[in-house]
Design a protein around this ligand. Structure first.
Ligand code: B1M
Length: 228
C-alpha cells in the first residue's frame, strides 16, 4: 500500500489495527490514535488491555528511539499528546469505581525538575478506579507544594512520581522534610516511575514502591487496610 493511500482503520483486523495504532502514536497522530482506541473499545477490548498492550507498548518503542537519538523532544511531545488522547477515552472506564464512598484521599505529583506526567496520570486513573479521591498536583513540584497539599487536603497517602535519574533523589529530600516535621510517621509515602526500584524506595525511606499503575492502586488499597 502506498503512503498516500488512506488507511481505513475500521476495515483492519485486530492485529493490523493494533499495529496501526502503534504506528500512529509513534507518528504523533492524535485523532488517529483516538479513533483506533474507539474502534478497539467497540470491539469489546478491555480498557486495561488497550492501555498496556497498545498505548504503553507503543510508548515503550518511542522511548527506545528517543534514547537512541532517532526521535527528539518535539516528536516525543507529539507522541505524548497522541497517547494522552487515547488515554482520555479510557479514563472514564478505568476511573469508574463501584465504591459508594471514598476509600481514601491520595495526593499525587511529579517531583521538581521533572515534567513527565503520563505515568502519574495513569496511576491517578487507576486509583480513582479503586475508589480513591485523587488530588493531582501536576508536574515539577517543589517540596512546598507537597507540604501545602498535605496541610490543605489531609491525604491518607502521598504519591510522588519521577522519570529521570536526576530527579528521583528529590523524592528523598521531600521524605526527609516530612520526617523533620513529624509528618512521615503518619503519612505513608508511595514512590514510582520508570528508573525507580524497591531498593531505591527503601533507601529513601519511602513507605512503598509502585512498580506500575495497576499494582500501585492495589498497594494503596492494602495501605488503607482494604483487601487487594
Ligand atoms: Co523524557 N525521558 N525527557 N520526555 N521520556 C525518558 C524518561 C527517558 C528514559 C528517555 C530515554 O532516554 N530513553 C530519559 C531519561 C533518562 C534518565 O533519566 N536516565 C528521558 C529524558 C532524558 C528526557 C529529557 C531530559 C530530554 C531532553 O530534554 N534532552 C527531557 C526532560 C524534561 C524534564 O522532565 N525536565 C524529557 C522530556 C520528555 C517529553 C516532554 C518530550 C516527554 C514527556 C511528556 C509528558 O509526560 N507529558 C517525554 C517522554 C514521553 C519520555 C518517554 C519516551 C516515555 C515516558 C512515558 O510516558 N512512559 C521516556 C522513555 C521511557 O520511559 N520508556 C522518557 C509511559 C508511562 C505509562 O510509563 O511514565 O514509566 P511511566 O509510568 C509507569 C510506571 O513508571 C509507574 O506507573 C506508570 C504506569 O504503569 N509510575 C508510578 C509512574 N509514576 C508512578 C508513581 C507511583 C507509582 C507508580 O506512585 C506515586
Amino acid at each position: 500500500m502506498s503512503d498516500e493511500e488512506e488507511i481505513i482503520l475500521m476495515d483492519l483486523n485486530d492485529d493490523d489495527l493494533v499495529a496501526q495504532i502503534k504506528d500512529d502514536l509513534y507518528d504523533g497522530l492524535k485523532d488517529e490514535v483516538f479513533e483506533g482506541v474507539e474502534i478497539l473499545l467497540e470491539r469489546k477490548w478491555a480498557a486495561n488491555l488497550i492501555l498496556s498492550d497498545v498505548l504503553v507498548e507503543a510508548m515503550r518503542i518511542v522511548g527506545v528511539d528517543f534514547r537512541d537519538g532517532i526521535l527528539f523532544v518535539p516528536e516525543v511531545l507529539q507522541c505524548a499528546g497522541a497517547m494522552k488522547n487515547g488515554m482520555g477515552l479510557l479514563r472514564p472506564i478505568l476511573a469508574a469505581s463501584d465504591a459508594q464512598t471514598s476509600v481514601g484521599k491520595y495526593v499525587i505529583g511529579t517531583v521538581k525538575g521533572d515534567i513527565h506526567d503520563i505515568g502519574k496520570n495513569l496511576v491517578g486513573m487507576m486509583l480513582e478506579g479503586a475508589g480513591f479521591e485523587v488530588i493531582d498536583l501536576g508536574i515539577n513540584n517543589p517540596v512546598e507544594n507537597y507540604l501545602e497539599a498535605i496541610d490543605k487536603h489531609k491525604p491518607d497517602i502521598l504519591g510522588m512520581s519521577a522519570l529521570l535519574t536526576t530527579t528521583m533523589p528529590y523524592m528523598g529530600l521531600v521524605i526527609e522534610e516530612l520526617d523533620k516535621r513529624n509528618i512521615l510517621k503518619e503519612l505513608p509515602v508511595m514512590v514510582g516511575g520508570a528508573p525507580l526500584n524497591q531498593e531505591f524506595s527503601d533507601a529513601i525511606n519511602a513507605h512503598s514502591y509502585g512498580r506500575d499503575a495497576a499494582m500501585s492502586a492495589e498497594l494503596a488499597k492494602v495501605i488503607m487496610g482494604k483487601n487487594a
